[in-house]
Design a protein around this ligand. Structure first.
Ligand code: PAF
Length: 285
């Protein structure tokens, strides 16, 4: 069983002892409701460090008004058992008042790359993410931090923050883990009805259509977007929030892709009240 720590000072002490003993620490930040995607991150972390700390915290500052903060699944005992099984020695699960006590006033704002894609649809989201991730780094003192490619923009924001704020932390990004029919694993998949779940497979198919077009020589992004749009329009329950073909580093939207470039093809689509995101990286050759 992993040791579950809820107290910030105790977690800091444990991390300091580990560091003093020369142990390499990896952190895997999560909001809990762990699934195979998270467990893959924890297993990867265990390959890269002596001690893995998984954090489980549903972070209120990254949810906007009307989003699913209140109903986000919370299952602490199950999470602790799963994290331990995948190789975590510690689960850090603080309370919201401990993380954001009365009078809390400090936030991390990564500029520009937070204003597009998810940042445009969910204003303030990345301010909450960057803030909590920096706080989790301060508490767990990791040498390595492991995140999933599923949240591609989150990875870009955290990479920028680590660089800009001189964090001495290696960032490891693990490819998206998918169900056998291609749907990216997400805690939010649990909200889908049976019909929505069946139709949600259209997302990965749309992304793969775009990849195949690029591989076949298509360079115009409007054609890639049309193809994705057409595929998703065939699904009665899907409502597109955005489709995007952007440069993988700058996240700037592209008109054409060019040889040698890595592009991020991404989307956000609603099925009823559930909003799903997915992406692929394509190297243009
Ligand atoms: O990816 C998530 O689950 C969250 O955004 C994170 C990184 C744990 C911050 O709350």
């Amino acid at each position: 069983m992993a040791q579950v720590i809820t107290d910030i000072a105790l977690m800091q002490q444990a991390a300091a002892h580990l560091r003093a003993a020369g142990k390499r620490i990896a952190v895997v930040p999560t909001m809990g409701a762990l699934h195979e995607g998270h467990l893959t991150l924890i297993r990867e972390a265990a390959q890269r460090a002596d001690t893995v700390i998984t954090t489980v915290f549903v972070n209120p500052t990254q949810f906007g008004p009307g989003e699913d903060f209140a109903k986000y699944p919370r299952m602490p005992e199950r999470d602790a058992a799963l994290a331990a099984g995948a190789g975590a020695a510690y689960v850090f699960a603080p309370s919201a008042p401990a993380m954001y006590p009365q009078g809390y006033a400090t936030f991390v704002n990564v500029e520009r790359i937070t204003e597009v894609l998810e940042g445009k649809s969910r204003p303030g989201h990345f301010r909450g993410v960057a803030t909590v991730v920096l706080k989790l780094f301060a508490v767990t003192q990791p040498h390595v931090a492991v995140f999933g490619q599923k949240d591609a923009q989150q990875v870009a924001v955290i990479r920028r923050m680590i660089r800009d704020l001189h964090q001495v932390i290696e960032l490891v990004v693990v490819p998206t883990v998918r169900e056998s029919d291609g749907l990216a694993m997400s805690s939010r998949n649990a909200y889908l009805s049976a019909d929505e779940r069946a139709q949600a497979t259209v997302l990965y198919r749309a992304l793969e259509d775009a990849r195949k077009l690029v591989e076949a020589g298509e360079r115009r992004c409007d054609r890639l977007l049309d193809s994705m749009n057409g595929r998703i329009a065939g699904s009665r329950l899907a409502a597109i929030d955005y489709l995007s073909v952007a440069d993988a580093d700058s996240l700037e939207e592209l008109r054409d892709v060019r040889n040698g470039q890595t592009v991020l093809i991404s989307l956000a689509v609603r099925f009823g009240r559930t909003r799903l995101i997915d992406n692929i990286l394509v190297e243009v050759r």
